[in-house]
Design a protein around this ligand. Sequence first.
Ligand SMILES: Cc1cc2nc3c(=O)[nH]c(=O)nc-3n(C[C@H](O)[C@H](O)[C@H](O)COP(=O)(O)O)c2cc1C
Length: 343
Amino acid sequence: MGLYSLFRPAAFALDAETAHRATIAAVKLMPARRPPAFPRALKSTVAGLEFPTPVGLAAGFDKDAEVPERMLGFGFGFVEVGTVTPRPQEGNPRPRLFRLSEDRAVINRMGFNNRCQLAAAERLRNRGLHGVIGVNIGANKDSADRIADYVSGVRTMAEVADYITINISSPNTPGLRQLQDEGALNALLSAVGEAREEDGPPIFLKVAPDLGEGEPDQIVRVAAQHRVDAIIVANTTLSRPPLKSRFKDEQGGLSGAPLKPLALSALRAFHEASGGTIPLIGVGGIATADDAWERIRAGASLVQLYSAMVYEGPGIARSIANGLLERLLREGFSNIAEAVGTG
Ligand SMILES: Cc1cc2nc3c(=O)[nH]c(=O)nc-3n(C[C@H](O)[C@H](O)[C@H](O)COP(=O)(O)O)c2cc1C
């Protein structure tokens, strides 16, 4: 855990959101570092982008694109900032973020608090050239036209994002997940398709883990029709597996260890539905190299994490990448891409 073992007790003495703000402030104060070099075996090309390792930082940690390059410097293979909406938004009243330490989990009902797409785009304009930074976009809670909000995001972010994620899976904006329904998704992705430029960044779609039977097939069909470049499986869950923490009954999306089985089975469903035709990004409860390896073997070209970093610190990105390298060599693969979907 390194330095983080010194920082963690102080952070955990604060409420979760104050700790998060303090973490971002501390990261900002650190000297900028170039991303570490990784062996070629971990490098892969997905949706036309080169990823130095398959281990990324999931959306929601750096909502306003304050520290993406610092996070690349810690050894994440890519960083997804956001969710950002067209207009700035306060989000839900506090408290709205809870650490379920006994469960190695987090519950959040942040509700897309962010300073807006343009503000994030301005910050990203000054970024250096190293590494992959994706931007996750969403709709304002009180928007009269949610599809227009995504179109605005695609246009605003086209110049500054290496990829753009259409987030229709946050459980904390009422009705947002209904955009996953076949008709609504078709309308959304048609509009996004029109807004997207020929030489613009790839478009990813982020889905919920709480889908009914047949839904992964529908989503894959519509996504393929509209040339979605990758599907991120998955966001937080509204379901509640057995939990120990006193915060277990808080409303919001659950992430971390208890999400792992659900996110893995959702990934498997999407892998089966797509037959490997659309790259998948596995996220939800990944905390170790074994977790990441299992996700890759189940069909994920890349993985992301957030909650485990709360407990283990940012060094987790490097240690998972190193663990993946060991597994690759042990099982006779020469590159990570060869292992995708072999489990
Ligand atoms: C505090 C918090 C805020 C989040 N905010 C967002 C968000 O704004 N947009 C998004 O697509 N996902 C968001 N997520 C979901 C994560 O990106 C990820 O999909 C989920 O937490 C599962 O991964 P994990 O178990 O590794 O945390 C958030 C998660 C947490 C814990």
